[in-house]
Design a protein around this ligand. Structure first.
Ligand SMILES: *Cc1c(COP(=O)(O)O)cnc(C)c1O
Length: 395
C-alpha cells in the first residue's frame, strides 16, 4: 500500500496561490490604524436610484432564482448601455450573460474556452484572478510585460507581444483601462492586438470594469477591442457594476459576445453559481440606464481625488507614474531609497501610517516590478487628504 494523504490537501495547481497580498496588507492596516489605500473599493455608496431599486426589489418578491443568463430587463440594459457608450450591437437574448461579478465571467470564459495546455496571452502586471483562473483550467499564461517608458506611461514591446503568440494560443486576456498601472491601451496598441488575434485566429476576452474611468487628461479614450475590424465575432467583453456604481460587494457582472462564446460562459457558470444577486439585477438595470451626467460626475470625482493623492505622493518624494484611468496610481520607490516594494509596503505603516500594495506580486517576472507600488484613490476626499498629509512626512 503506497496510498498516502499529503499534508496539504489542496490540488497542486492551486498551491502557488496563497493568501492574497490584499488580505495581508488590510490586516496590517487594521493592526496599525493606517489609512488603507491598498484594496480598491470605494468608501461611499453608489447612486441612490440604484439603492432604492434594490430595496424595492427585495420587498416585492424578486428573491428567487432569476434566469441563468440574467433577468431580461438587465440584459436589455447591458445591451443598451454598450450601444450608447461604445456603439456595439448585441442581441439581449443570446449574446449576454449576467455573472457573479467580472471575476466569475473571467473564470467561466477561461474554463469554458481553454483545454489543458492551451495558452493565454496576457499583460503583466495582471489582475490577481487571471493567473488562478488560467491555472484552474490547466492552461498556460504567456505574459507580456508592461514597462514604464521614457514619457512615464506604461507600454510594451511589439516583438515581445508577437513572440507570445504560438500554435497553442487560445485567447488574449486584455484589461483596459488597466489595473494596477492606470494605463489605457491606445488605438495603435489595440489595432496590433486585434491584428494578431485575427492572424492567429484566437479569441479575445476583455476586462473593461473601468470602462467609465478614463480621465479627461488621458491621451486616449477608452476603446473596446470588440469594436475593431473582425473582433466583434471573436471577443467576449466583460464588465461589472461594482466599480462603475460603487457596489463592489454586489458582485453583478456580465459578458457580452457572439452567441457561441456566451453559451460557453453560461455552460460553465451553470455549475459554478447557476445564478446570483436576484434582487440586485433590476437595480443594476436602473443604474445602467442613468443619464450621461451620472457617468461624467463619477469620473470627475475620481479624477479630483487622483490629483489630490498624486500631489501628496510627489511631495513625499515618490516618482509618480501617470494614471490615465481606473482607481489606481503606481509610484516608483527608488527616489525614497526603496529597492523592494514588498519590504517597503510592509514598513510603510510604521513609517507614516499608510498602506499600499507592491505590484511585483502581479508579475510572473517579479524583477520587472520590484520598485513599483500601487495606491488606490477611490476613497473619500478627507481620507485621501489624511493619507497625503501622512505621506508628506516621508520627505
Ligand atoms: C475589481 C476588478 C475585477 C473584479 O470585478 P468584480 O465585479 O468585483 O468581480 C476584475 N478585473 C479588474 C481589473 C478589477 O479591478
Amino acid at each position: 500500500m503506497t496510498t498516502s494523504t499529503p499534508a496539504d490537501p489542496l490540488v497542486g495547481r492551486m498551491r502557488p496561490f496563497g493568501t492574497t497580498i490584499f488580505t495581508e496588507m488590510s490586516a496590517l492596516a487594521a493592526r496599525t490604524g493606517s489609512v488603507n489605500l491598498g484594496q480598491g473599493f470605494p468608501d461611499t455608496d453608489g447612486p441612490p436610484e440604484m439603492l432604492a431599486a434594490a430595496a424595492e426589489a427585495l420587498r416585492s418578491g424578486a428573491n428567487q432564482y432569476p434566469p441563468l443568463a440574467g433577468i431580461p430587463a438587465l440584459r436589455a440594459a447591458i445591451v443598451a448601455h454598450e450601444q450608447r457608450f461604445w456603439g456595439l450591437s448585441r442581441d439581449p437574448d443570446t449574446e449576454v450573460a449576467v455573472t457573479a461579478g467580472a471575476t466569475e465571467a473571467i473564470a467561466a470564459s477561461i474554463l469554458g474556452l481553454c483545454e489543458p495546455g492551451d495558452e493565454v496571452v496576457c499583460f503583466e502586471p495582471y489582475y490577481d484572478s487571471y493567473a488562478a483562473s488560467i491555472a484552474l483550467a490547466g492552461a498556460v499564461r504567456r505574459p507580456v510585460t508592461l514597462r514604464p517608458g521614457p514619457d512615464g506611461g506604461y507600454g510594451f514591446d511589439e516583438g515581445e507581444l508577437r513572440a507570445a503568440f504560438g500554435p497553442r494560443t487560445r485567447l488574449v486576456l486584455l484589461n483596459t483601462p488597466h489595473n494596477p498601472t492606470g494605463k489605457v491601451f491606445t488605438a495603435e496598441e489595440l489595432a496590433l492586438i486585434a491584428r494578431l488575434c485575427r492572424e492567429h485566429d484566437v479569441y479575445a476576452v476583455t476586462d473593461e470594469v473601468y470602462e467609465h474611468l478614463v480621465f479627461t487628461d488621458s491621451s486616449t479614450p477608452h476603446i473596446p477591442l470588440a469594436g475593431l475590424p473582425g473582433m466583434l465575432e471573436r471577443t467576449l467583453r466583460i464588465s461589472s457594476a461594482g466599480k462603475t456604481f460603487s457596489c463592489t460587494g454586489w458582485k453583478v457582472g456580465w459578458a457580452t459576445g457572439p452567441a457561441p462564446l456566451v453559451s460557453a460562459v453560461l455552460r460553465v457558470k451553470q455549475f459554478l453559481t447557476f445564478v446570483n444577486a436576484g434582487p440586485l439585477q433590476p437595480a443594476v438595470a436602473v443604474a445602467l440606464e442613468l443619464p450621461d451626467s451620472y457617468f461624467d460626475g463619477f469620473r470627475a470625482g475620481l479624477q479630483a481625488r487622483r490629483d489630490r493623492l498624486v500631489a501628496g505622493l510627489s511631495d513625499a518624494g515618490f516618482k509618480v507614474l501617470p494614471s490615465a484611468g481606473t482607481y489606481f496610481v503606481t509610484a516608483d520607490i527608488t527616489p525614497l531609497g526603496g529597492t523592494d516594494g514588498v519590504d517597503f509596503c510592509r514598513e510603510l505603516p510604521a513609517r507614516c501610517g499608510v498602506v499600499a500594495v507592491p505590484t511585483q506580486v502581479f508579475y510572473d517576472h517579479q524583477e520587472q516590478g520590484h520598485h513599483l507600488i500601487r495606491f488606490a484613490f477611490c476613497k473619500r476626499e478627507e481620507v485621501i487628504d489624511e493619507a497625503a498629509r501622512r505621506l508628506r512626512t516621508l520627505a
